[in-house]
Structure formats: C-alpha cells, structure tokens
Write a protein that binds this ligand. Structure first.
Ligand code: ZN
Length: 368
C-alpha cells in the first residue's frame, strides 16, 4: 500500500500527503473538538495549521517550478509532519542549475515575507509574535504575525547548510563551481554533519527533543548523500574484468540439476550460465531457481527444465555501473564476461557484485 495519498495536482505535479500527516490532522481536529476552546478559537487553530502547510507547499513549488524551467520534471510533492519534499526526477550536475533550484524554495518564503510585511506595515500592526495570545485571541492581525514568523523560520531553517536542507544543496552547488561535484559533495556533507552534531548537543542541553530528532535525521541524510556518491564512484571506476569470477563452471542443458546444486554447496558460484551441446550460451540458472529446485527435490531433472532462457555476456571493459543497469534492465542474475576475442572468461552474479560493493564502500560515520 502506498504511504502517500494524492490530494491535488497543480501544474501537472501531484501533491501527496504522507499518511502520518493525516493522523496528525485527525489528532489536531480531535484535540480541538475535546478542548474547551470556543468555535472561533478552534477554527483559527485549524487555520494556523493549514496555513503552515500551505506555506511549505508553496516553498516546494518554488523548487519544482525552477526545476521545470530547466526541463526537469517533479515526480511529486510530499507533505509530511517534518516538512515538504519535492521529488525531482534527477538533480542536475550543472552547479548553477542546482543552485537556482535549491534557492527557489526559500525565495518563495522571501516573497511571502515581503507581502505579509507590507500588510503588517499598512495595518500598523506590531511584528512581535505572542503565540499564546494569538491562539487565545484569534484575529486577522494574529494570522499575519503568525505568517510573518513562520515564513521567517522556514526561510532561516532551510538555509542551514546541511543536507537535506536547501542550504546543503546551495553550499554543494557553490563548492561545485570551484572543486567539481565529488569534492563539493564530500565537503558539503561534512559541514552538514558537523553542524548537525553541534545543534544536537545544543538541543540535548536545552532539552529540545524534537530538535534532537531532526538533527539525527539531518546527520543520517547527509551521510547517506555521501555514501551514495561513493558507491556511484566505485561502480563507475571499476571494470567488469576486475571482479570477474574466473574459476567458473559451464553447465549444460542436459546436465542433471544435482551438478550445479553440488557446486553451489561448496563453491562461490551460486548462479550459472547454461550452454547447449555445441557450447553455445543459451540461458542461465539463477540461484533462486536453483534454491527452488532444491526445495522441490528436482535433483534428477535436467537443467533445461528449470533454467531461464536469458543468457547474456558483456565485455570485460564494461564498468560496473553499466553492468548493473544492464542486469537490472534484462532481469539477469548472472552475466558472462568476455575478453577482447569474445571468449567467456568468467561470470559476475548478483552475489559477487553485492559483496564487492559492500566491501569497498564500508559504512563509516565520517570520512574526509
Ligand atoms: Zn526547500
């Protein structure tokens, strides 16, 4: 079941609510219903809540519309209790584009701030906000004061230079112009993590528990951003022949299933390439097919009866990123790797691949 419910569509972009925000809304409505507040107070309370999410939504549309300007589609905008998220199809590698997309959101808050300020100014209303007062004595003035401070907070909060906040992306795009994408990501995520640590300590000391949770979330997201980059670099920088399993076994269509079963029980090979009598590659035997055959006790059946007809090879000079994409697109568990004279010199299966990536991108909390 999807965790998000589509509630509207603007400029072709679906706006979705995370289920937890619906729970929060029910909670807000419930507490209004049970409280001793007047109807007027309750309605204003609900209005503050909805205004907050309207501003977050407009902020996200700021990102989405700038992205649209560069031809980048926004898959959807998700509103959750911890904020909004405009999910773009991809993040542009051109620093200026990332910069403008990232700043598009906070600029919406600036525009709202200016509009609200003009209203406050014309109405000769104080800018000072007393939350308790505006909730107990609802008025249009209070709504304007609330809007002013909320947009100021959204603006300032999002400019904190830590992923996934906009400030983190702005910092990365600025550093990218000088250092390139990779080094910029490394440093921008490091700055984000250090800031998250500092704010975490402050939040603990001042007993602000929601802020504590947010900093943990920020730290993990910043770290993830860098981990993703490391994995991507590894895959692009490694060639298939470097991780090929050269000690491999040819399995023939008329072999009994017991043969690959016996090999997989004691060797690294878990999936196999399948050949016909003329030594032509005709399919493969993925490890999950083999596991199923073992379960059904098909040891004495011929391999041809359980094999997949998908048998593919790739050149040893293919990088792992392309290899992974190819395996996913074709739905392959294993590929044969060929040398310059198109002879199969070994195999790469999903297990070998996964092990290699895991070993070479060992998780760490800090790396510069
Ligand atoms: Zn934003």
């Amino acid at each position: 079941m999807s965790q998000n419910i589509t509630i509207a569509r603007f400029a072709g972009i679906p706006v979705k609510l995370h289920w937890s925000i619906i729970l929060l809304l029910c909670f807000v409505l419930g507490s209004i219903f049970r409280s001793s507040q007047s109807l007027n107070q309750s309605l204003f309370f609900l209005a503050y809540f909805l205004l907050l999410f309207l501003c977050v939504l407009l902020h996200e549309f700021g990102h989405a519309l700038v992205a649209k300007n560069y031809g980048i589609k926004t898959r959807d905008i998700i509103l959750s209790p911890i904020g909004g998220l405009a999910r773009l199809e991809y993040i542009p590698k051109i620093p200026m584009q990332e910069f403008y997309i990232a700043i598009g959101g906070p600029l919406v808050n600036v525009v709202l701030l200016i509009l609200v300020s003009i209203c406050l100014f014309i109405g000769n209303i104080s800018f000072a906000l007393d939350m308790e007062y505006i909730f107990l004595n609802p008025s249009l003035n209070g709504v304007l004061q609330f809007l002013f401070w909320m947009n100021l907070t959204l603006f300032a909060f999002n400019l904190i230079p830590a992923f996934p906040m906009d400030g983190g992306r702005i910092l990365r795009s600025l550093l990218s112009m000088r250092w390139g994408f990779d080094k910029a990501t490394r440093w921008a995520t490091a700055v984000g993590k250090i800031l998250a640590l500092i704010i975490f300590v402050y939040a603990i000391l001042t007993q602000q528990y929601i802020l504590t949770i947010i900093t943990v979330f920020v730290f993990i997201t910043a770290n993830q951003e860098y981990q993703n980059l490391r994995t991507k670099k590894l895959l692009e920088g490694t060639l298939a022949h470097e991780i090929v399993l050269s000690n491999w076994t040819k399995i023939y269509q008329d072999d009994l299933v017991s043969k690959p079963l016996a090999i997989s029980a004691k060797q690294a090979e878990q999936s196999f390439l399948v050949f016909n009598q003329n030594d032509v590659l005709v399919g493969s035997l993925p490890s999950i097919f083999l596991a199923q055959a073992k379960k059904e006790k098909l040891d004495n059946h011929q391999v041809a009866q359980i094999a997949s007809s998908k048998g593919h090879t790739l050149d040893g000079e293919t990088n792992l990123s392309d290899l992974f994409t190819f395996m996913n697109e074709q739905g392959l568990a294993i590929v044969g790797i060929t040398n310059a004279s198109h002879q199969i010199v070994g195999t790469i299966d999903r297990i070998t691949f996964g092990k290699y990536v895991k070993e070479h991108t060992k998780f760490s909390w800090f790396h510069l």
